[in-house]
Design a protein around this ligand. Structure first.
Ligand code: AMP
Ligand code: MG
Length: 478
């Protein structure tokens, strides 16, 4: 499809006008294309030849309006660090319409009714992070929003220092957040609350339509996909960093990437968000915070379906989460079937890794190559002290004794990435990009695209994170 053949729709605008602010993007000054995700373009059926045109750059800068365009920002509320904020909304994200089932949104395209004190802009560094990590998550098979492209500009944006404005064109099947429901419930707007629930069922859970109690089922769906998402984050060592209810997708996607981190050396209580002084959003706390957020969602859905039914469902959360975690971790350890002692084996691995300060991604990738009672030198080389790892490997050896070694290895290499986008790698891409060199952005995109492949040319990124860059905390200012 050519750009001028695109016809977008805007089903969200069929909702009451309390749901959005019709607002036009405010383009950046002297924009330039940094990267385009041709795989996402293909999903949207946009011709590859169109991606280098001036119109494509204009599309990403909010200057080219496809047919049917009627741009808007969405209204929501949310609990930020546990405190309710009655009115948030897209302060700098402007929806430019839906192609097929994908909604395109320009993040950093100017102020909206919900900008509060903000300038409606996004800086280059945070935009690079979001652009790359959404591709990484996709290929790690973790539900996420996507990005079609990234543009930079000469637009000056004031943060702690003067930076350059950028825009990522984000793409998602849903932009509704837990906080969207909270907004209407907090304002006693129950007609709108029901309207929103029906919209979400249509958009993300059409299979539950027509059920006698669809809202209870809606809660059940969100509970299950959220617990699965948490299990996936935990298994890959992802720490989101800002799990406010306005950053929780009702469709179970990873959204709103900020000061996130992939673990360097394994640390249960890793905190990646500089402002998170109490560690509310630490790595280990994520499953519990998701449950807290589900509870907040449950409360606001209670005008639509009896709370007792949802409470019963929420009681299942811990078990559902444990099941998913067990499933993903057994795959990562190459364990077949379920044997008594498996949960302990997994927990003991975590404790051992933390005690020895071992790089999480490196350990599991190296373990994938390990043969039953085989050469341990590569594994032991990941730690300074060897005894706890040897002890753990003795138990592991016993557990994998009867598992087909080739099958185990293949399975493990397929689920234990050789590369994740650690913060020091992203920072390298950002430092270069701020000087006009986007080559590391390209390189990181390539490994994000195929995280399970070897990429010998990028071997240095498969090693443990250099000591001086480990477990750093990032600021939210983006
Ligand atoms: P976050 O926790 O980063 O997802 O952001 C929380 C809220 O602040 C969201 O409603 C954002 O739209 C809004 N926000 C963040 N940065 C800006 C900005 N520079 N201008 C306007 N709104 C912003
Ligand atoms: Mg947000």
């Amino acid at each position: 499809m050519k750009l001028n053949e695109i016809k977008v729709t805007n089903p969200y605008l069929n909702l009451d006008d309390e749901f959005y602010d019709r607002v036009k993007p405010d383009p950046l000054f002297k924009p330039h294309l940094i990267h385009v995700n041709k795989y996402v373009a293909k999903t949207l059926d946009i011709d590859e030849s169109e991606l280098e045109t001036d119109d494509f750059l204009k599309l990403l800068n909010g200057e080219f309006q496809p047919e049917g365009s009627d741009t808007f920002a969405m209204c929501y509320a949310g609990h930020q660090f546990g405190h309710f904020v009655p009115r948030l909304g897209d302060g700098r994200a402007i929806n430019i319409g839906m192609i097929d089932k994908f909604q395109l949104q320009l993040k950093g395209a100017g102020k909206t009714e919900y900008s509060r004190m903000g300038d409606g802009r996004a800086v280059l560094r945070s935009s690079i992070r979001e652009y790359l990590v959404s591709e990484a998550m996709t290929n790690l098979r973790i539900p996420t929003t996507l990005c079609l492209g990234l543009i930079g500009s000469e637009h000056e944006v004031r943060r702690e220092r003067i930076e350059k404005g950028a825009i990522v064109c984000r793409v998602s099947t849903s932009w509704v957040r837990f906080g969207t429901f909270e907004y209407y419930a907090a304002n006693g707007m129950f007609k709108e609350l029901k309207e929103l629930a029906d919209y979400v069922i249509e958009e993300s859970f059409p299979h539950i339509k027509g059920n006698p109690d669809p809202y209870k089922l809606l809660f059940n769906e969100v509970m299950v996909i959220t617990s699965r998402l948490m299990a996936q984050w935990m298994s890959v060592g992802f720490n989101h960093g800002v799990m406010n209810t306005d950053n929780m997708s009702i469709a179970g996607l990873t959204i709103d990437y900020g000061p996130f981190a992939f673990l360097d050396d394994f640390k249960h209580h890793n905190v990646c968000n500089h402002t998170d002084v109490n560690g509310r959003y630490s790595y280990a706390n994520q499953p519990a915070v998701a449950k807290w957020n589900l509870q907040a969602l449950m409360k606001v859905l209670s005008p639509l379906t009896p709370i007792e039914g949802m409470e019963k469902l929420l009681e299942l959360y811990d078990r559902v989460y444990a099941r998913y975690t067990h499933y993903y971790m057994c795959k990562k350890l190459g364990l077949e079937g379920t044997v008594e002692g498996d949960p302990e084996l997994i927990d003991e691995m975590y404790d051992m890794l933390e005690k020895l300060k071992v790089d999480y991604t490196l350990f599991l990738r190296t373990l994938s190559h390990y043969k039953h009672k085989g050469d341990r030198s590569d594994l032991l080389a990941t730690a300074l002290y060897h005894e706890p790892m040897n002890d753990w490997l003795d138990v592991y050896d016993e557990r994998i004794k009867y598992i087909d070694p080739t099958e185990r290895r293949n399975q493990m290499l397929n689920v234990n990435p050789k590369y994740v986008l650690k913060n020091y790698m992203l920072q390298e891409a950002i430092d270069k990009a701020e000087m006009g060199d986007f080559s590391v952005v390209d390189d990181l995109f390539n490994i994000a695209k195929q995280p399970f492949e070897e990429h010998p040319e990028f071997e240095r990124w498969a090693k443990a994170t250099p000591k001086e860059f480990r477990n750093q905390r990032l600021s939210c200012s983006s």
